[in-house]
Write a protein that binds this ligand. Sequence first.
Ligand SMILES: [Zn+2]
Length: 528
Amino acid sequence: MHDVKIYDTTLRDGTQAEDFSLSMEDKVRIALKLDELGIHYIEGGWPGSNPKDVGFFEEILNYELKHAQIAAFGSTHHHGKAPETDYNLKALVAAKTPVITIFGKSWGIHVRDALHTTLERNLELIRNSLKFLRPHAKTLFYDAEHFFDGFKDNREYALATLEKALEGGAECLVLCDTNGGNLPDVVAEIILAVKDRFPQAPFGIHAHNDTDVAVANSLTAVKLGAVQVQGTINGVGERCGNANLCSIVPNLCLKMGFPVLAPESLVKLRAASRYVLELANVPPNRYQPFVGRSAFAHKGGVHVSAVEKNPLTYEHIKPELVGNKRRYLVSDLSGRATIKSKAAEFGLELSKNDPVAMQVLNELKELENQGFQFEAAEASFELLINKAMGRSKRYFELVGFRVIDQKLSETREPVSEATIMVKVGGNVEHTAALGSGPVNALDNALRKALEKFYPELKRMELSDYKVRVLPGRDGTASKVRVLIESSDGKDHWGTVGVSHDILEASWQALVDSINYKMYKNEKKNGEC
Ligand SMILES: [Zn+2]
């Protein structure tokens, strides 16, 4: 097995993705996280093209990294200039990073139409740019942009660009599938031709995902001897994204025998994946292999009971290896075994033949029939099991509420106001609150009434609110299902409500959310 290094470009290529942007501070935080994860190289940005990136390179100098080396990225110098007067190359040197990576053109149409120069001059640009940078960089990499497409267009020319990069002092020739359009067999064929021409030259791979095979292309390259794999966390990147390191890394470690991360680092993979999404404010993809919430979620009753007996039946790896966990989903496909496993997941003991399991199952079927759905509302389901076990507790009682939505002219936004009366112990509390929309007003009023008794509710907030209209049956009016996601800064939990009335459905989900928060706190304090 040869040595393989991971080169992350989330902070540079990743930020080319639509709806994905990072502040300078976020970039520093992510770099530290990736360092902690054990990534070998972190490409921080393109100092010649982006002032935010210059700030990043200045800031990151204040930190001592444990594993990673920071790389600055840039292009070959301008064809009308000498390397020493080129702004872009000077910015790379000024970034003071241990690693410098520059990209050059491998494909004739890019030399002609993007660089506006000749094929000959492009070869000089590659060699001279690298030569100029060589004394300034501890490590110097060359990204051969569009290499595979360039090779298909003009094999000899593409190979000549690599030769110039080696002459200039590049330590690794990173072959890029920049348009992401090549399939693994083509990538393999071209890599073999490169190896044939430059048998001693270390090479790497930088694949984009436009044909959904960036991970496969990267693994193929490693199999053929690539010593460096470039990619991004969660595969973010321009268009359809870059090769996804959250899949490449576990595949290399667990399937192919390349220990690019130590096992104690690999378990941090899921957390790193989440961290990046959180900072970029992008919702996670639950179906993402290895790190997604559903990656080890079992729904069908047959699957669940088999996994219970032996997880290998429906899991390709142990979820804990990448920091993920096994989940059992509650649905109308569920059997008693699922209920029991689910209860165990919540830390509640039930035996398979427990009458409580039967009762929960019956109740579940009835509720699902009414339109409830618990896959995204595990907190409501946990409360349901609790109730069946006779352990539920009432933290407050509703005396009544009223919500008024008032629109005072065509052009003005409506104003929502809710008044509520609740009873906590022997005390009756009566409050009113405004909100942007009736549900928000109701939530505000309820919380205002309860915070007096339960100050811990102050830290809780609704992080997501979804309404779905359920199709009406037999001429009856449609129902709505409301899913609420709440958070207290540490945990997230989902609750559900169903009714013909959107306020009533929201109310049910709100009440579950608050009850769950109180129950969770008590559970933590060992009070139940
Ligand atoms: Zn790229």
